[in-house]
Design a protein around this ligand. Structure first.
Ligand code: NAD
Length: 547
């Protein structure tokens, strides 16, 4: 049913055409053109939104360079949000890699050079003492903020203020994958300086020409920003994105029990990995506690996944200590064991008593894990020897090569299936095409965080949540896993197709809302029907009627 908007509540004339949240371009009807002062401002032929989508795609597909496609999409986003989201939602497989990884990485690196128009807010270290006033310049009521300090943009390191591409892209995915209203989405970059000398020497760099601030100065700015954001936008969800390891864990620990916040690199990754793991266990007929998980990597993704695996085991009745003993980490210095000095706090729960082991293959043959989870961004680290060793230990070895981009993947899908004679239960961080192996077509699926955070955000917004907890990520992971069909499992797919994400997100939102009400973390009273509550918050990119 077409949504109706009171024409007296919106600007008329050229101001309407220049408002991306309201603009319909050539799709304004004859009646709307007369009533809204648009006559003569548009070419006479009235187009449908479907025709506009087709025209945009025709033009975009003529462009060969993904960065040019990114820019074409950004321009559309800037002039007509509904059309942009129709294009994205109806063509998710094609467009997601253009508005998010891998193209968004390139867009961040070139941000100053391809800059066309403001989007989101930049708050710099020079803004100390006036951040609340600055946030009041934002013309809408923000319901969700994605914030970065640009220090660890994807696998590209410090991109300073150029990191803005990430919050913008991530918030587009909130709308595309779960229907979060774009009007309540606010991307923010905290410009703390950059240590990227190439950027500092680049005349088109958009950020401050200074090295990064650290220590108390850094913490005070983050603190002022958090306080101001909550003052100006009460109940806002603040998602930390692409902060460097040394700040990501600290900030999450500092704020998770005080405000409505989460870190997608740590917690969102964990939920999608747990979900794929639950599917693997369906194929094996085992429980989490029956498995032994060996991680390559001990950073944000690894410890986030390990923590959620432990939470899931504890929810199944396993003692926490017992659950932690099922998880082992290997970092750049070798196996994380109790005797190692100077381990970061997040690794300590997984530093078990064991002799030191330097190399990964020896860790595999010594510990005899049932599952490998690669999150160290070391391309090719799951060698033929490692994969063959896993196949020798396990009839159905679980192999997750989650590192991004493709060049950093621990192994390809082809290698995982061939080196285990087709027995691997495989998930990946980068997309891989189907693989023919042992007379079967295996369809690996990507552990994409977009399966989780949009639905979780939708649930939190619908309830006016006061906190985001691990229990909500657990509920999200289980809901996602429930959408993996026997046919998916048959072809080795441990996650549902990405094309189903909008519907799955609504169900994740309902499951998350259940937890929010159950734990007394909502700021509104519980309605009878949670599905109706959630669906009422879903933005529809089809044009409304202004009559
Ligand atoms: P991080 O920097 O926090 O952690 C990297 C870890 O790898 C560190 O513990 C480091 O010690 C370890 N490491 C580095 N070199 C190593 C080596 N030679 N041997 C063993 N360990 C080594 O990074 P992160 O945020 O945890 O991300 C890691 C990777 O996971 C990235 O490639 C990222 O793109 C990927 N990732 C994938 C998903 C997904 O699939 N959904 C989500 C998040 C992150």
């Amino acid at each position: 049913m077409t949504q109706k908007i009171n024409p007296n509540s919106i600007p008329h004339g050229i101001a309407l055409l220049q408002n991306p949240l309201l603009n319909k371009g050539t799709a304004f009807t004859e009646v709307e053109r007369d009533a809204l002062g648009l006559r003569g401002l548009l070419p006479p032929h009235v187009q449908t939104q479907d025709e506009q989508v087709a025209r945009f795609l025709e033009n975009m597909r003529r462009l060969a360079d993904p960065l040019d496609k990114f820019m074409a999409l950004s321009s559309l986003h800037d002039r007509n949000e509904a059309l942009f989201f129709r294009v994205v939602c109806d063509n998710l497989d094609e467009i997601m890699p253009l508005i998010y990884t891998p193209t968004v990485g390139l867009a961040c690196q070139r941000f100053g050079h391809i800059f066309q128009r403001h989007r989101g807010m930049f708050i710099s270290i020079n803004d100390r003492g006036r951040i609340a006033d600055i946030l009041k310049n934002w013309p809408h009521k923000a319901g969700i903020i994605v914030v970065t300090d640009g220090e660890r943009i994807l696998g590209l390191g410090d991109q300073g203020a150029n990191g803005m591409g990430i919050p913008v892209g991530k918030l587009s995915l909130y709308t595309a994958c779960a229907g979060i209203d774009p009007a309540i989405c606010l991307p923010i970059t905290l410009d703390m300086g950059t240590n990227n000398e190439t950027l500092l020497a680049d005349p088109y760099y958009v950020g401050l020409r200074r090295h990064r601030v650290t220590g108390a100065t850094y913490d005070e700015l983050v603190d002022e920003f958090i306080t101001a954001a909550r003052e100006v936008f009460p109940n806002v969800i603040i998602q930390f994105e692409d902060f460097a390891n040394h700040n990501a864990f600290r900030l999450l620990e500092r704020y998770r029990d005080k405000i409505c916040t989460f870190n997608d690199d740590i917690q969102g990754t964990a939920a999608v990995a747990l979900s794929a793991m639950l599917s693997a266990l369906r194929l094996k007929g085992t429980r989490l506690v029956d498995e032994k998980f060996l991680f390559l990597g001990a950073g944000e993704a690894a410890t986030g996944i390990a923590d959620l695996l432990v939470a899931a085991m504890v929810a199944e009745g396993v003692e926490p200590e017992q659950a932690r003993l099922r998880c082992w980490l290997v970092d750049s210095k070798g196996l994380v064991v109790q005797s190692r000095a100077g381990l970061a706090a997040q690794k300590l729960p997984y530093a078990h008593p064991h002799a030191e082991v330097g190399d990964f293959l020896t860790a595999v043959t010594t510990l005899q894990p049932t599952a490998l989870i690669g999150v160290a961004a070391v391309g090719g680290a799951f060698t033929t020897e490692v994969l063959e060793a896993m196949a020798a230990i396990n009839p159905q070895p679980i192999i997750f090569a989650l590192s991004n981009p493709t060049s950093k993947a621990e192994c390809t899908a082809e290698e995982a299936y061939h080196d285990t004679k087709g027995h691997a239960l495989f998930a990946c961080g980068s997309p891989f095409p189907p693989v023919q192996c042992c007379g079967k077509t295996m369809v690996p699926r990507q552990g994409n965080n977009s399966y989780i955070f949009p639905g979780l955000g939708l649930g939190a917004i619908a309830c006016g949540a006061t906190r985001i907890t691990d229990e909500m990520f657990l509920a999200a992971a289980k809901t996602l896993a429930a959408y993996v069909t026997p046919a998916d499992l048959q072809q080795g797919s441990l996650l549902p197709p990405l094309s189903s994400v909008r519907e799955v997100s609504v169900h994740i939102a309902v499951a998350v809302a259940e937890v929010i009400f159950e734990r007394g973390l909502a700021t509104r009273s519980r309605p009878e029907n949670l599905m109706e509550l959630v669906r009422a918050h879903v933005y529809d990119p089809h044009y409304p009627s202004y009559m």
